[in-house]
Design a protein around this ligand. Structure first.
Ligand code: FE2
Length: 298
């Protein structure tokens, strides 16, 4: 299979032709030994490795690239300070550094959650502020994404962020589609984040808009991880993702329903920051056993 996605007036080839499969991530800053052990155990069950690092961490980018090369894995870069939905002005020096890391890794695209990643110069990392789900977000995010793509020189794939709290009343997939079409970028569907958002709102996991208002052809990446659900005494429900927990049955079912619509899907990621090598290996092998259900027939 050769995957091509319309990007502007061009058809852009995305990474090695025909390459699609399972990705895994762990904490690249502290857990490369876990990645090494997992890569040895899973063999060719994984083909991608998700690299989450900061723009200026050249040394870690090079180490991750070498790790991936040793194991026949292809890096997918997830910059941790690419602030596509924040209010600080975008800093071209940071964007150029991100572009250099993408070159070192050879990542075909860069994945970024639609969230505020930086606030007054401080990287938020574990405290992302998800994009408000309102009309005004479309122009704001799209203009920043367009600029970031131009400076970085590679396409971005925008991901639906986790919503431990929700601001705004729109569903995230149609809103992401409007942003992606305006910015001409790719999309990542985090199935666990989507499930959590809809549970948080008390709406069904599948919505009629999934059939008509989503640019599924722009989706190249999907993610899944565990889900934390807690209902407090006053009826307040908190749903969030937990990368060190196994994927819930409801999230597998939602993935089986949605992912075959994504004809250009190249990577499904087992997100696993905080897992040990035993649990991560089990997770990757389970993803690999399920993968045939997610790829649509070329
Ligand atoms: Fe994700």
């Amino acid at each position: 299979m050769t995957t091509a996605v319309t990007h502007g007036s061009q058809i852009r080839e995305l990474g090695p032709p025909g390459l699609r499969g399972i990705c895994f991530s762990c904490d690249s800053m502290t857990g490369l030994d876990i990645a090494e052990e997992t890569a040895r155990r899973v063999g060719d069950a994984a083909v991608w490795y998700g690299v989450g690092i900061l723009a200026h961490d050249e040394e870690l980018a090079v180490r991750c690239a070498e790790f991936a090369r040793r194991h026949g894995l292809h890096p997918l870069f997830h910059p941790l300070d690419l602030d596509v939905c924040g209010t600080d002005p975008l800093d071209d020096r940071v964007l150029k550094a991100i572009g250099a890391r993408a070159d070192e890794l050879g990542s075909p695209w860069l994945n970024v959650d639609l969230a505020m990643w930086v606030r007054q110069g401080e990287t938020l990392l574990e405290s992302l502020v998800p994009m408000p789900l309102v009309d005004e977000a479309v122009e704001w995010a799209a203009d920043r994404i367009k600029h970031a793509q131009d400076v970085i020189g590679r396409p971005l794939t925008i991901e639906n962020a986790p919503y431990p709290f929700v601001v705004g009343n729109q569903d995230v997939l149609p809103l992401m589609t409007r942003i992606a079409e305006r910015a001409d970028c790719l999309m990542t569907v985090d199935v666990g984040h989507l499930y959590g958002l809809r549970m948080q709102r008390g709406v069904p996991a599948r919505l009629p808009s999934d059939d008509g208002d989503v640019a599924w052809e722009r989706v190249v990446e999907a993610h899944m991880s565990g889900t934390f659900t807690r209902r407090f005494d006053e009826g307040v429900l908190v749903v969030d993702d937990k990368h060190d927990w196994p994927v819930a049955d409801e999230v597998w079912a939602l993935a089986d329903d949605l992912l075959p619509r994504a004809v250009n899907l190249r990577s499904v990621m087992a997100e696993a920051e905080g897992m040990n090598a035993d649990d991560l290996t089990d997770s990757v092998l389970r993803f690999a056993r399920s993968a045939d259900r997610w790829w649509s027939t070329p």
